[in-house]
Design a binder for this molecule. Structure first.
Ligand SMILES: [Zn+2]
Length: 286
């Protein structure tokens, strides 16, 4: 799933390629991709793109007083096209979810692999009209999100720190991959409770969050959209690297179930050498 750094790189790319350009048509092709019906996609025809913003993991393309909000979800992606075939695409076939064509003939496709369709596009007058955007917490890279602002967010949530980091309503843009990476950099157990964090823990975690995300944004910037996923995967320290050596200490990276997926961590760096128990399983056995 693309997270803050990849979405920021896409935003940067689209800012270069879309701003000042006129939209010829927007064609929703997957049945459920467009979540709004008023205004209709035809309202964008002839509108000039004025900005491309990011809210958490959402892209926001502003054109003609309207906002096209895109959430790529787990398996969605954006592919830039210098041109399109003249024959219209057949709706409902394959991964193609939405096509946006500029009057210059170029544009982009949104695609989604797999059978679970979560990619979501909203066309609204105000980004806050999209519930997923309205409930977003602060952006972790915003200048105002300093160590004390982070402490306030954590103090309001008695949670395992892994869950808090990826809760979009607490902090916007971090998902399963970068929360694993941030916790590894901070040398902190993913199961540690937010309410048990000391002042130094919060300072270290805030620093780890900012540096991990900033470095990932720098790495991703300028990488072609098609290579972003490979770039993300190759730069991971523990996420998705179960059974491989920790790049810091050489211990074997372990995996444990968490929420709807699994997380990876290094026992030596993060849990004092202890293997984390699968809480879901132990709860079932009680
Ligand atoms: Zn390690």
């Amino acid at each position: 799933m693309p997270e803050l750094p990849e979405v920021e790189a896409l935003r940067d790319f689209l800012d270069d390629h879309l701003v000042g350009k006129e939209i010829a048509r927007v064609l929703p092709l997957a049945i459920s991709v467009l979540k709004t019906y008023d205004p209709p996609p035809g309202a964008l025809e002839g509108a000039t793109v004025t900005s491309v913003a990011r809210h958490g993991k959402f892209l926001d393309i502003e054109a003609g007083q309207l906002h096209l909000l895109i959430h790529l979800a787990r398996a969605g992606w954006l592919q830039w096209k210098d041109g399109f075939p003249t024959a219209p695409p057949r709706p409902g076939k394959g991964p193609l979810a939405l096509r946006a064509v500029l009057t210059g003939g170029d544009g982009f496709d949104l695609t989604e692999m797999g059978t679970t369709k979560r990619l979501a596009v909203h066309l609204v007058h105000d980004p806050a009209d999209v519930p997923g955007v309205a409930r977003l917490g602060p952006d972790p890279l915003a200048d105002s999100f300093d160590r004390d602002a982070f402490a306030t967010v954590l103090a309001g949530a008695r949670r395992q720190v892994k869950g808090a980091l990826r809760d979009q309503s607490l902090i916007a843009g971090i998902g399963n991959a970068y929360s694993d990476e941030i916790l590894h950099v901070a040398k902190m157990s993913p199961f540690k409770l937010t309410t048990s964090l000391g002042d130094d823990d919060i300072t270290h975690l805030h620093h780890a969050m900012r540096t991990t995300l900033k470095e990932a944004v720098e790495r991703s910037r300028g990488v072609a959209a098609g290579r972003l996923k490979a770039e993300k995967k190759s730069s991971m320290r523990v996420h998705g690297r179960t059974g491989q050596p920790c790049p810091v200490c050489g211990d074997t990276v372990l995996e444990v179930s968490f929420s709807d997926s699994s997380l990876q961590y290094c026992p030596t760096c993060q849990t004092g050498g202890k293997q984390l128990a699968d809480r879901r399983l132990s709860r079932l056995l009680k």
